[in-house]
Write a protein that binds this ligand. Structure first.
Ligand code: SF4
Length: 137
C-alpha cells in the first residue's frame, strides 16, 4: 500500500484499459512509479468518486495521466472532477491500439521516453469542470 492511496503532490494515473495499449499504459505507469517519476494512484478511485482520491487530485501540485488511446479515459476522468492533468496518450507516440504487442522492452522504452520528455504532454484547455474553476480549486 505504500505506493497507493497515500497522497503526494505529483500524482500519476493510468487508464489501465483492456486493450494492448491500455495494458502498456498500466505497465509503463508502474515503471514510472518505480523509477520515482511520480506517485501512482488509483484512477478507479476517481471514477468511484471516493472523496480521498478526489481531494488528493484536487490538492496535488501536478496530476499526470497516461492513456493508451485517444479516448483518453484517464484524462477525462480527472476533467470530470475539475482537474486538468498533464496528458500523455500512447497513440500520440505511435503505439496503435490492437497492433502493439506489449513486451518488457517496450515498457522500458516508453517509460524512458516519458521520463526524458520525448513525448507530447498536453493540458486540456476545457476541463469540463463542474465548478468552473478550470482545475484550480
Ligand atoms: S484510453 Fe483507450 S485503452 Fe485506455 S481505457 Fe480508454 S479506451 Fe481503453
Amino acid at each position: 500500500m505504500a505506493d497507493c492511496c497515500s497522497g503526494g503532490t505529483k500524482l500519476l494515473y493510468s487508464c489501465s484499459g483492456s486493450a494492448d495499449v491500455g495494458k502498456l499504459a498500466d505497465l509503463v505507469t508502474r515503471k514510472l512509479r518505480d523509477d520515482g517519476y511520480a506517485r501512482m494512484t488509483c484512477l478507479a478511485g476517481i471514477g468511484a468518486d471516493i472523496s480521498g482520491f478526489v481531494v488528493s487530485a484536487r490538492g496535488a501540485d501536478e496530476n499526470i495521466t497516461v492513456d493508451g488511446c485517444p479516448q483518453a479515459c484517464a484524462r477525462k476522468s480527472l476533467e470530470r472532477i475539475g482537474v486538468a492533468p498533464l496528458s500523455i496518450v500512447l497513440s500520440d507516440m505511435g503505439y496503435e491500439k490492437g497492433k502493439t504487442p506489449v513486451t518488457d522492452e517496450l515498457v522500458r522504452t516508453v517509460a524512458v521516453k516519458i521520463m526524458a520528455g520525448e513525448t507530447v504532454k498536453t493540458r486540456p484547455v476545457n476541463t469540463g469542470s463542474a465548478c468552473g474553476c478550470g482545475g484550480n480549486c
